[in-house]
Design a protein around this ligand. Sequence first.
Ligand code: GLY
Length: 375
Amino acid sequence: MVVGAGIIGLASAWRAAERGLSVLVLERDVEGAGASGVAAGMLAPVTEALFGEEPLLRLNLESGRMWESFDGELREASGGLPTHRDSKGALVLAADRDDAEELRRLHAFQRELGLDTEWLSGRECRRLEPGLSPRVPGGILAPHESQVDPAATVTALAAALEHAGGEIRRGEAAAELLHDGEHVQGVRTGSGATVESEHVLLAAGCWSAQLARVPPEALPPVRPVKGQILSLHSRGGEPLIRRMVHTPRCYMVARPDGRVVIGATVEERGFDTAVTADGVYRLLEAAWEVLPDIGELEFVGAQTGLRPGTPDNAPVIGAAGPDGLLVATGHYRNGVLLAPITAEAIAALAAGDEPPAQVAPFSPARFGAVAGGAR
Ligand code: GLY
């Protein structure tokens, strides 16, 4: 059984069902109602790589490689539903000289790690993206980054899971983990029903820690990290951008239907999901400084998602606590990117096989004294 029908829960459930396991997903709302429904869908291991996160980078790169076959298999298994995967690459732009200094250091770090990136002058950036401001002094081209549409991906995963014989129970929350201290027995739902299962996968994002009677050592101190994201719409004509565009303060992703998504704030506000004037203003300003024509687009709306963050920004994927309990949470900024490798690992573990080598077994010692602290 899987708790949570976000991209991580659904992908894991689909892969497990493909292995012949009988799979039920409990979702308190509808699929993709949490962070997956707000995600921008960047498959961007290179442009999201930060200083000091090299082990996470290896995991991200491997999952990025897996996305190509994952996408093809998902399309087939879902009866032809697209994820709208597009691999035109990404540009990380400086808006001024200070940004350029920062990005030069980032580029040197990327090159040290052997990542395929190139420094471009402002003129070279504008040749790739003609809408860029003449003030952009330069940036980094990461030619192999991709993107998908997360909403379309959720729809395809749900269909693939159901075609493989899995079931999604919508509007059914898991309230309590049932176990005898040694073995998992199932969950009690919000309506008081008992659903028995030898395996329970907790994949409820930043809400994973809210299930009652999960042993403290089973969970990382996963916390909500608020992200506000804006949706705008082009009004005909040429697309505003062809590839993903980042700056140190925002990113922009164009969808095939003419929408442009601008993300995202990173805020420590607990479970607050308010869209704020400050968040909208800062994102628009950050986008406008490199792409002034953004001001001409129709403003469609703003949403908030809660990323599941861990102290080291890396996910927790694997067995934890009593026998049969599996956890897949803490994917923070990389949930969509990490879906293929997480699903592969979880399905392998549920079937008694080895997970991919890049997925380290979870040990509560990873978070030292803070493990189990965020209840
Ligand atoms: N991966 C982008 C974000 O979390 O905002």
